[in-house]
Structure formats: C-alpha cells, structure tokens
Ligand binder design. Sequence first.
Ligand code: 5GP
Length: 114
Amino acid sequence: MSETLFDKIIRREIPADIVHEDEHVLGFRDINPQAPVHVLFIPKKPIATLNDLEHADMLLAGRLMKAAADFAKREGFDEAGYRVVMNTNRDGGQSVYHIHLHLLAGRQMTWPPG
Ligand code: 5GP
C-alpha cells in the first residue's frame, strides 16, 4: 500500500500530540477534533482499511481497543463514557488509508452518528 501521512507521524517527520506509544500502537490527538477529546489510535504496521485486516492482525486490532480503553481510564472519563469509531472506505467516511480507531469523549454523543 502507498504511504500515508500517518507513516510520517510514526517516524516523527510530521509533528503530532502523541498520548500513547508502545511497540505496536501509536495514539495522538486529531488535528481537527470533533469532541473535547479526540484521539486516533493506529497500528505502527500500515493496514489500509478494516477490509485488509488479516487473521494474523487480530491481536493488533485488539491492541488498538485496549490502548483506547486504557487512555480513557488514565484520563478519567472511562465511567462517564466515550465512543470509538473506525471509518471504512467511501461510505464510512475514511480519508486516511491507514486504519485508525477514533476515540471521542468529553461531550454527549448522539445516535445515529450521521
Ligand atoms: P478518517 O476521516 O480517515 O476516519 O480520519 C482521519 C482523521 O485524521 C481525521 O479526523 C483528520 O482530522 C485526521 N488528520 C488528518 N491529517 C492529520 C494530521 O496531519 N495530524 C493529525 N493529528 N490528524 C490528522
């Protein structure tokens, strides 16, 4: 797959407000936040869309979820609540083709999401 700007963020070639890093996952604040808290959790391994997730990536997908939940707990909004979203392809509203889990918090979310 071709490179995205998230690869540049992983390599620190583009600045980002990084809130989490481990061997497999990077978490950083969205440049255009849609809620008081808006963080993106990405695998360091580039995977274009959720459709490209392979069986061997299942643990990695869980790591994104766990990093988001740990961040919520650490920041103290786990009980109040939050939303995680992974937009996929055109109809899902995906604009960067390196999978990322959006974590949104700090306001009442609405449903349907639009
Ligand atoms: P998508 O639309 O693919 O689900 O989400 C991509 C997200 O990446 C958007 O919410 C957008 O604001 C964010 N984004 C795009 N470019 C940058 C950037 O250079 N830095 C950061 N931190 N976020 C970005």
